[in-house]
Write a protein that binds this ligand. Structure first.
Ligand code: NAI
Ligand code: MG
Length: 338
C-alpha cells in the first residue's frame, strides 16, 4: 500500500540523512512505500556498476525517487550518475526553490529557478582541433537548443508558476550575443508567456545583468527560467542567497519520472560523524509531496523544519548549532507528532 517510490541512500552522508528522512516521513504519515535501491560508489563496490540495472528498473516502475548524494569516482572514465539518470529518464526540468529559513545576509528570499536540464552547452559535443605540435590548440563545444525543448521548459516554468500561486516568470538568456542559441530560446519562451498573459506577468533579463540584480535586489524575482548552463550557475547563486547548498533542495522532472535530491554532495569530510544536516534532503522530500499532489503534507513538513531550525538547539554544526543528524531528526519528529 502507498505510492511506490524508489529510495536511494547513496554515498558518504547519504545513508545518515536518508535514515532521518525515512523516520520523519513515517512520523508525517507520508504516502510513500519505499523501495530501497543502490547507486553510487557503494553500488560499484557491491555490483560493479555505479548505476545498477535494478535501480533503473525500480525508477522505471515507480516513476519517483528520493536520492541521497552519490560519489562519482574521479578518474577511471566514469560518467556522472546524475547525468546518466537525467538522460535515462529525460528529466528535462531542474527545479531549485530558494527560500530564506534562517535569515543571514538576506532575509525573506522566496524564488524558484527552473533550468533546462538536457540541452544547451551541456550536450557534451566537444572536441579539440590540433594545430602544429599542439593537439589541443583549439577547443570547441557545440550548444544545442531545440524549439521543442525550449517550448517544453518554458511551458513547465509557466505551469509551475500558475500551480504554485506565483506572480511572475523571468526568462534569462544572452540573446544579444548568442543570437541563435539563446535568441531562439527567448523568442520561444516569450511566445509561451503570451498564453499565460491573463494569469502571469513575464519579463526577460540578460544573464549577466540578472546575476548582478540577484545580488542587489533578489526580491524582484519570482520564477526564473533559463537554459542549461546559465541555469546551472544561477541556481547555485540563488542557493547562496539563502545560506548555501546545505539548505537547497532540487527536483529533476520528466514526463515519466521525477527524482528529488539535496543539491549538496556526499560530504566525505563529515560522513559517519553525525554532523550532516538533513534539511536539504527533507526539503526535497517536501517537493516530492507537492509533486504527488500532497501540498498540505509538504507544507506541514516545511513548517516543522522551519520551526526546528528557528531554535538554537535544533541546528546542526554547519549552522553553528550542536544538534547531531539524528537529534535533528528526533526534534523534527517530536514537532510533527506534537
Ligand atoms: P559536497 O557538497 O559534498 O561538500 C561541500 C562541503 O559542504 C563539505 O565541507 C561538506 O562537509 C559540506 N556539506 C555538504 N552537505 C552537507 C550537509 N548536508 N550538512 C553539512 N555539511 C554539508 O561537495 P564536494 O565535497 O565537492 O563533493 C563530494 C562528492 O559528492 C563528490 O564525489 C561529488 O562528485 C559528489 N556530488 C554529488 C552530488 C549529487 O549526487 N547530487 C552533487 C554534488 C557533488
Ligand atoms: Mg550545478
Amino acid at each position: 500500500h502507498g505510492i511506490p517510490a524508489t529510495l536511494i541512500p547513496g554515498d558518504g552522508i547519504g545513508p545518515e540523512i536518508v535514515d532521518v528522512a525515512v523516520r520523519v516521513f513515517d512520523a508525517l504519515g507520508s504516502p510513500f512505500a519505499w523501495e530501497t535501491q543502490q547507486a553510487g560508489l557503494n553500488a560499484l563496490e557491491k555490483s560493479g556498476d555505479l548505476l545498477p540495472a535494478e535501480t533503473l528498473d525500480s525508477i522505471r516502475r515507480t516513476g519517483l525517487a528520493l536520492k541521497g548524494p552519490l560519489t562519482t569516482p574521479v578518474g577511471g572514465g566514469f560518467r556522472s550518475v546524475n547525468v546518466r539518470l537525467r538522460e535515462a529518464f529525460q528529466l528535462y526540468a531542474n527545479v531549485r526553490p530558494a527560500r530564506t529559513i534562517i535569515p543571514g545576509r538576506y532575509d525573506k528570499i522566496d524564488l524558484v529557478l527552473v533550468r533546462e536540464n538536457l540541452e544547451g552547452l551541456y550536450v557534451g559535443h566537444e572536441h579539440y582541433v590540433p594545430i602544429g605540435g599542439d593537439p589541443h590548440a583549439v577547443a570547441m563545444a557545440t550548444g544545442i537548443n531545440t524549439r521543442a525543448g525550449s517550448r517544453r521548459i518554458a511551458r513547465f516554468a509557466f505551469d509551475y508558476a500558475v500551480r504554485n500561486q506565483r506572480r511572475k516568470v523571468t526568462i534569462v538568456h544572452k540573446a544579444n550575443v548568442l543570437k541563435a542559441l539563446t535568441g531562439m530560446f527567448l523568442e520561444t519562451a516569450k511566445e509561451v508567456g503570451l498564453d499565460y498573459a491573463d494569469r502571469l506577468e513575464y519579463d526577460d533579463r540578460i544573464v549577466d545583468a540578472c546575476a548582478m540584480q540577484l545580488v542587489l535586489n533578489p526580491w524582484q524575482f519570482d520564477v526564473i527560467v533559463s537554459t542549461n548552463l546559465f541555469g546551472d550557475i544561477l541556481s547555485d547563486q540563488i542557493a547562496g542567497l539563502v545560506g548555501g547548498l546545505g539548505m537547497a533542495p532540487g527536483a529533476n522532472i520528466g514526463e515519466d519520472a521525477a527524482i528529488f535530491e539535496a543539491v549538496h554532495g556526499s560530504a566525505p569530510d563529515i560522513a559517519g560523524k553525525g554532523l550532516a544536516n538533513p534539511s536539504a534532503l527533507l526539503l526535497a522530500g517536501a517537493l516530492m509531496l507537492d509533486h504527488v499532489g500532497k501540498p498540505a503534507q509538504a507544507q506541514k513538513l516545511r513548517d516543522a523544519i522551519d520551526a526546528v531550525l528557528a531554535t538554537d538547539s535544533g541546528r546542526t554544526a554547519d549552522l553553528g548549532g550542536g544538534a547531531s543528524t539524528s537529534k535533528f531528526g528526533d526534534l523534527l519528529i517530536e514537532r510533527l507528532r506534537g
